[in-house]
Design a protein around this ligand. Structure first.
Ligand code: NAD
Length: 255
């Protein structure tokens, strides 16, 4: 089955081969999608280029989501390359390491604003500039975490930013539904990636999931990739404004 054949999809948030966005890209490529990868800066450009070269017909473009001109340029380039866009994978977040340990009450104004700008507002900014290219309808998805709903140790300001991100998913879904554009989030269980390295005591979080999750294992990026494929495909056409858990059931368990 070619679930996303003929679909033009932009994948934002590959930093290396452990990135969730990379697993999503592999699932999408295996089912015939044409992909454009965006990268944050020159620091990751070479790595992203090498990864993209392993996928037929894939291209790469720069986009730092804190810079409006970058997002405008991305929209122009995608219009030139694709004409029509069918999907956006937003897999981007950032908070200062010092805000990801200790007490949330100590969060700085600057750290709060930065985490929200990169991890929540960027979805709105990207949707705003790219949705006009989705003239045949489309699917937008982002990545979230249980810390949006529960106060989880060390997740702190990122949890608050994820709550804003999940609310943004609902508001965007409500706005863009009239254009047959769907907006959803995947709430993934903890996975050892570059971003996860910033969270203190990450190993103990993984151990707890192994013990308590109904499926008694931690989440693999490929599991997230396949759910993203479903969200980008026609199979999920009735789903919008939703948060789908890919966490081996961890969120249903009482502590
Ligand atoms: P990752 O470090 O591989 O990906 C994070 C990406 O964000 C990187 O590619 C980085 O370049 C990008 N980024 C940061 N600031 C940016 C900016 N200003 N402009 C453009 N890009 C920027 O880590 P990951 O775990 O794959 O994270 C992807 C998403 O998944 C994040 O939203 C994260 O919060 C979410 N998530 C991760 C986990 C986990 O345990 N790893 C669990 C649930 C949700």
């Amino acid at each position: 089955m070619n679930l996303v054949a003929g679909k033009n999809i932009v994948v934002m948030g590959v930093a290396n081969d452990r990135s969730i966005a990379w697993a999503i890209a592999q699932s999408l490529a295996s089912q015939g999608a044409r992909l454009v990868f965006t990268y944050e800066n020159e620091r990751v450009e070479e790595r992203v280029r090498k990864l993209a070269e392993t996928i037929p017909n894939a291209a790469i473009l720069p986009c730092n989501v804190t810079v409006d001109e970058d997002i405008d340029r991305l929209a122009e380039s995608l219009k030139e390359q694709f004409g029509v866009l069918h999907g956006i994978v937003h897999s981007i977040a950032f908070a200062k390491t010092e805000e990801l340990e200790g007490l949330f009450v100590g969060t700085s104004r600057e750290g709060f604003a930065l985490a929200h700008d990169i991890s929540a507002y960027s979805l709105v900014a990207v949707a705003q500039k790219l949705y006009p290219l989705m003239t045949e309808g489309g699917s937008i998805m982002t990545m979230t975490y249980l810390g949006a709903e529960r106060a989880m140790k060390n997740y702190n300001v990122m949890g608050v930013a994820k709550a804003a991100l999940e609310a943004s998913v609902r508001y965007l879904a409500n706005d863009l539904g009239q254009f047959n554009i769907r907006v959803n989030a995947i709430s993934a269980g903890p996975i050892r990636t570059l971003a996860a390295k910033g969270i203190k005591d990450f190993n103990s979080i993984l151990r707890q999931v192994e013990e308590k999750a109904p499926l008694r294992r931690t989440t693999e990026t490929a599991e997230v990739g396949d759910t993203a494929l479903f969200l980008m495909s026609h199979l999920s056409r009735g789903i919008t404004g939703e948060v789908i858990y890919v966490d081996n059931g961890y969120h249903i368990v009482g502590v």
